[in-house]
Design a protein around this ligand. Structure first.
Ligand SMILES: *Cc1c(COP(=O)(O)O)cnc(C)c1O
Length: 384
């Protein structure tokens, strides 16, 4: 890569651009994690983090990627041979299902076409048929990062209730927390899985589980040690962690939570929806197709775009990286090469969107993708 002036545009749907405020907060001495200053940090971070999940219950923080937090949600609530129902929404729901199977769980997938979210009616139908209550948990990826589709979690909750089923509801919010409306307590979620590097505007390195009382009360039989909630929650109550926490990431987390609180979560969510709408306006003006097929389920965090037959999305992304120093998301799994993804989440504003879309428009033209002009202008129109 040749050196260019200006900043790199990191417009993949995570990791996202880390604000200078967060970077500066992290640039501090690493302190004794068993000393009094650390307890103060824990006591500041945990209450600042809980409202981001919309919970008054515990949030467990791991030094891990989101995948670790996926595993933690399962091993703390389930027993070997338990059945889990997972709605197929795309590559990430598929990976979570594979992880569950490797842990010795019985995985049942509700098939999906990757263009829609989890179908609440299908969940209700399956649970209603499970009169012996063999299904221990329903797993939903809230924002499917591989497709730009957001599942309707409150409707899934309502479906579980309508079936009168005791299954736990486990939700992956790794790419939605801090960017798309989400409420752990109000929506009756039992475990919310999250990660640091997407809507939370931090570098990769922290995983999270927000935990309901019902989930805490499960006596799960899967083996666990590092991921065990109990010693972490116990140590947290005294301001500490059972093993060395990612101290400097916690400085950053405290700052990121402060930024979200200053803007206000409703304003944060609205900003994301507005940028998503402007992005769709651009895509449609170019004459291209937004991958998400349900108007109710467009992601506020990213937009996946389908290229016309015979055009390679990865070749286009390469041109954009080389010419304009912008990274866009690749198509994942079965969408490799046919879609690209525009991340518009986290630390992001109107002009970063304008720059992003300008880069995409030029890249499409350079790659010889037949588009109509005026996509950027359509987005600006909406932003204006
Ligand atoms: C990024 C992502 C993951 C994986 O997180 P890692 O931090 O890469 O382990 C899982 N689920 C969703 C929805 C994601 O966006």
């Amino acid at each position: 890569m040749s050196s260019t002036g200006g900043r790199h545009f990191l417009q993949i749907p995570g990791p996202t651009n880390v604000p200078d405020r967060v970077l500066r907060a992290m640039l501090a001495p690493t302190i004794d994690h068993r000393g009094p200053d650390f307890a103060e940090l824990t006591r500041a971070v945990l209450p600042a983090l809980a409202p981001v999940f919309g919970t008054s219950g515990p949030v467990v923080i791991y030094p891990s990627s989101g995948t670790g937090a996926w595993e933690a949600a399962l091993v703390n609530t389930l027993s070997p041979g338990d059945r889990v129902l997972i709605g197929e929404t795309g590559q990430f729901s598929t990976l979570w299902a594979e992880l569950a199977a490797r842990l010795g769980l019985e995985v049942e997938v509700i098939p999906g076409d990757w263009r829609h979210g989890v179908d609440p009616a299908a969940v209700e139908e399956r649970l209603a048929a499970d009169t012996a209550h063999t299904i221990a948990a329903v797993c939903v990826v809230h924002n499917e990062t591989s497709t730009g589709v957001t599942s309707r979690v409150p409707e899934v909750r309502a479906a579980i209730d309508a079936a009168g089923h005791p299954a736990l509801l486990l939700v992956d919010t790794i790419s939605s927390l801090g960017s798309i409306d989400y409420r752990h307590d109000e929506w009756g979620v039992d475990v919310t899985v999250a990660g640091s590097q997407k809507g939370l505007m931090l570098p990769p390195g922290l995983g999270f589980n927000a935990v309901s009382e019902k989930a805490l009360a499960r006596s799960a039989g899967l083996p666990r040690s590092y991921w065990d909630w109990a010693p972490i929650i116990e140590a947290n109550s005294r301001g500490f962690f059972p093993y060395t926490p990612a101290t400097n990431m916690l400085y950053g987390l405290k700052e990121a939570c402060a930024m979200l609180a200053e803007e206000g979560l409703p304003a944060v969510f609205e900003r994301h929806q507005r940028h998503a709408a402007a992005t769709r306006a651009a895509v449609r003006a170019w004459g291209l197709e937004v991958w998400c097929a349900d108007e109710r389920e467009h992601s506020g965090a990213l937009t996946a775009v389908l290229l016309p037959e015979g055009h390679d999305a990865d070749a286009m992304r390469r041109i954009i990286l080389e010419r304009f120093d912008m990274s866009l998301g690749a198509g994942l799994g079965r969408l490799a090469g046919t879609v690209f993804r525009i991340g518009h989440l986290g630390h992001f504003n109107d002009l970063t969107l304008a720059g992003t879309l300008a880069g995409v428009q030029m890249g499409l033209q350079l790659a010889g993708v037949p588009i109509k002009p005026g996509g950027v202008e359509a987005a600006l129109e909406l932003l204006r």
